[in-house]
Design a protein around this ligand. Structure first.
Ligand code: ATP
Ligand code: MG
Length: 587
C-alpha cells in the first residue's frame, strides 16, 4: 500500500485518542482553558455522565472571530507567544484540546471578546468545521460538547457507568479547584447534585478550598507542611497517620498551579511516612510545589498530568523532609500535651515518652519497637492460639495478662515492664491476617448457616455484591441473589464467630459498589478482608476473661504485622521498668 498523508479528520481523531480519554478529560481541558483565559468564575454542567452534554461557561477574556476560527485547528494556540517550551506558565500549550474534542464529538463554542461588537459562535462536529456566526453572549466563553465519542464508537464502549464517569468528572473538578482557590467553580450533575467551590484569595481562600475539597474535618486531621530551599517551595497539608485512607484518591498534588498525578511526588509522599502506615493505607495530602517554570518540563504526558523536574532528586528530598518534619513536629506537639507522656519527658530528662496517647499518631521509634518485637516473636513460638492453658510466664514478649481496663485495654506484665493492648485493634489485625492466610492457602473455612440470612440492599449494591460472589465465597461468605433488592447469605467465614451479618453484608456491599475505581483483584480482596475483620473482631467494650486475654496476646506474638491495626494505629504500647522508674524520678 502506498504511503499517504492522512486526512485531517483522521489525524485529529488519532490525536484525540490521547487527549480525550473520557468525559472527565474534556472537562479538564475546558476548565483549564477557562482558567488560562483569566476567568474568575467557571461553571461546569454535565448530563449523562458527560457523554450526553458537557457545558463549561467562563467569564474570561473570550476570543475574537479570527482567534475562534483558528482555535479549533490543530497546533493553534495563543499560549506560546515566543515559541518557548522551556518555561510554560499556562495550563495549556499544545493547541490540541479543542480540535481533539471537535474530532470526536459535537462541539459548539460561543465567545465574546471585548474588542468585538458582539459574540461569535462556531461549531465543529466529528471533525467537520463550520463558519463563525454572530451570536449573543455578554462576556466570556461558553463551550458545549454533546454526544461525546459519537464519531469514534469504539471509545464509547470503553466508558464505564454513568455514575463512574460522573464521579471522574467530579474528581477532576476537585483537583482543579484545589489548585486554584482564587477561581470560583461550580459543578452541576443533573440529578446527581451540585458542588460549589466559592473562591477566595490568599491564605484564607486556600484553607476554605481545602475544606471544600477534602472535607472540613481534614483540616483538623491534617498537619501543615511548609519548606523552602533554593527557589523550590513545598507547602500544603498532610493527614496524620491515624486519619489514613484506603486509597490514594485523596492525594492532591499541584505543581505551579497545575494538578498532577506525578509518580515522583507520590513516591516522595509515601517515603515520608515510612512505616508509619501499612502498605495498604494512604495519607490524605494536598501538596503544592512551586518552582521556577524553567526547572520543570510539563510537556511529557498526553494529558499533562505528569511533569519532569530538571533536578528530581532535589524535589524528592525537599518533599520527603518537609513532610517528615511536619509529622515529627506534630508528634512532638502531641507528646507535649499528652499528660502522662508529657511528664515522662519532663522527669526523664527529655527521654522518649513510652505511652502513646490513644488518639495520637504512632511515634517515631514505634517502627523500631515493632521490628524488635517481631524479632522476639518468631512465628514458631506459638503456632496455635492457646484457648486456655496454664498461667503464661511473663517471659513472653507480650507478657502475662493481669487485668482488663475499661473493657477495652488489656494490661500485661512482661519480664521488664508492662504492655497495654487495645483489644479491638489487635483482634482486628489478627482476623485480617487469618483471612489473608486462609486466602493464600485453600480458601477460608466456612460455616453453613442453619437459617439463611436475607439482607435487603439497594439494587445497585446487591448487583455489585453478587458480581463478586465467587471471590467472596473464597473468603468464606457464600451468598446468592434474593430478588432485585436483597441477597441471601448461606455460609459465613467460620473465624468471624457470631457476627451481625446484616451489618457486615451492608458494609461490604457499600465497599464493593465502590470498586469500579480499584482495578486490582488483590486490592479488592484486601479491602473486603479488612472490612470483615472489623466485624469479626472483639469490640471495645467486651469484657474478657484472663485466658481469653492471654490467647489474644499469644496469637499477636505469632502473627506478622500485629503491632498495628488495619488502619495503621498501634495495637499495643510498651512501658519498660526503666521508663517507669524515670516517671517516678528514680533514675
Ligand atoms: N475558554 C476560553 N477562553 C478564551 N480563549 C480560549 C478558551 N478556550 C480556548 N481558547 C483559545 O483557544 C486556543 C486553543 O485551545 P486549546 O485548548 O485547543 O489549546 P491550548 O489551550 O492552547 O493548548 P492545550 O492543547 O495544551 O490545551 C487557546 O490557546 C486559547 O487561545
Ligand atoms: Mg487548552
Amino acid at each position: 500500500m502506498p504511503v499517504r498523508r492522512l486526512p485531517e479528520t483522521v489525524q485529529n481523531r488519532i490525536a484525540a485518542g490521547e487527549v480525550v480519554e473520557r468525559p472527565a478529560s474534556v472537562v479538564k481541558e475546558l476548565v483549564e482553558n477557562a482558567i488560562d483565559a483569566g476567568a474568575r468564575r467557571v461553571a461546569v454542567e454535565i448530563e449523562g455522565g458527560g457523554v450526553d452534554l458537557i457545558r463549561v461557561t467562563d467569564d474570561g477574556a473570550g476570543m475574537t472571530r479570527e482567534d475562534l476560527a483558528l482555535a479549533v485547528e490543530r497546533h493553534a494556540t495563543s499560549k506560546l507567544p515566543g515559541d518557548d517550551l522551556d518555561a510554560i506558565a499556562t495550563l495549556g500549550f499544545r493547541g490540541e484540546a479543542l480540535p481533539s474534542i471537535g474530532a470526536v464529538a459535537r462541539l459548539a463554542i460561543t465567545t465574546r471578546h471585548a474588542g468585538e461588537p458582539h459574540a461569535w459562535e462556531l461549531a465543529v462536529s466529528g471533525g467537520v468545521k463550520g463558519e463563525p456566526r454572530p451570536a449573543a453572549l455578554a462576556r466570556g466563553t461558553r463551550v458545549e460538547v454533546r454526544d461525546l465519542f459519537f464519531a469514534t464508537p469504539a471509545r464509547l464502549k470503553f466508558l464505564k457507568t454513568e455514575r463512574t464517569e460522573a464521579g471522574a468528572v467530579a474528581e477532576i473538578v476537585e483537583r482543579l479547584a484545589l489548585a486554584r482557590p482564587d477561581v470560583r467553580l461550580t459543578l452541576r450533575m443533573g440529578a446527581r447534585g451540585e458542588r460549589a467551590f466559592p473562591g477566595g484569595e490568599g491564605e484564607a481562600g486556600g484553607r476554605a478550598r481545602l475544606a471544600a475539597v477534602l472535607g472540613a474535618e481534614a483540616l483538623g486531621d491534617g498537619i501543615e507542611v511548609s519548606a523552602e530551599r533554593e527557589g523550590l517551595a513545598v507547602t500544603g497539608l498532610v493527614g496524620r497517620p491515624a486519619a489514613s485512607r484506603a486509597t490514594a484518591r485523596e492525594q492532591y498534588l499541584v505543581v505551579n498551579g497545575r494538578p498532577v498525578r506525578d509518580r515522583l511526588l507520590l513516591g516522595a509522599l509515601r517515603a515520608a511516612y515510612g512505616d508509619l502506615l501499612p502498605r495498604d493505607r494512604f495519607p490524605f495530602a494536598a501538596l503544592f510545589v512551586a518552582v521556577d517554570p524553567a526547572e520543570v518540563d510539563v510537556n511529557v504526558h498526553p494529558a499533562k498530568t505528569e511533569v519532569r523536574f530538571r533536578e528530581p532528586a532535589r524535589v524528592r528530598a525537599l518533599v520527603v523532609s518537609a513532610v517528615r518534619d511536619a509529622l515529627a513536629r506534630d508528634m512532638a506537639g502531641a507528646q507535649a500535651t499528652a499528660g502522662l507522656a508529657a511528664r515522662a519527658v519532663a522527669l526523664g530528662g527529655g527521654g522518649r515518652p513510652a505511652l502513646f496517647p490513644r488518639a495520637a499518631p504512632p511515634r517515631p521509634g514505634f517502627a523500631e519497637r515493632q521490628a524488635a518485637f517481631e524479632r522476639m516473636a518468631p512465628a514458631a513460638r506459638a503456632p496455635e492460639p492457646v484457648a486456655a492453658g496454664p498461667e503464661p510466664e511473663p517471659e513472653f514478649p507480650l507478657g502475662a495478662a493481669r487485668a482488663q481496663l475499661h473493657a477495652t485495654y488489656i494490661v500485661a506484665e512482661t519480664a521488664d515492664g508492662l504492655v497495654v493492648v487495645d483489644q479491638h485493634a489487635a483482634h482486628e489485625r489478627l482476623v485480617y491476617e487469618r483471612l489473608k492466610r486462609g486466602l493464600s492457602e485453600n480458601g477460608v473455612a466456612r460455616q453453613i448457616l442453619l437459617i439463611p440470612e436475607v439482607v435487603p440492599l439497594p439494587p445497585r449494591e446487591a448487583e455489585a455484591l453478587l458480581a463478586e460472589a465467587g471471590e467472596l465465597a473464597r473468603m468464606g461468605l457464600v451468598l446468592e441473589g434474593f430478588g432485585p433488592g436483597a441477597v441471601c447469605v448461606r455460609e459465613a467465614p467460620a473465624m468471624l464467630g457470631e457476627v451481625d451479618l446484616q451489618r457486615l453484608v451492608k458494609d461490604l456491599a457499600a465497599e464493593v459498589a465502590d470498586f469500579e475505581r480499584e482495578v486490582s483483584l488483590e486490592g479488592r480482596l484486601w479491602r473486603v478482608a479488612s472490612r470483615m475483620a472489623c466485624h469479626g473482631s472483639v469490640r471495645a467494650g467486651r469484657v474478657l476473661k484472663l485466658p481469653e486475654m492471654n490467647a489474644l496476646l499469644r496469637e499477636m506474638e505469632a502473627t506478622p504485622n500485629s503491632a498495628t491495626c488495619n488502619h495503621g494505629r498501634p495495637t499495643f504500647v510498651r512501658l519498660g521498668l526503666a521508663e517507669i522508674e524515670k516517671l517516678f524520678g528514680r533514675r
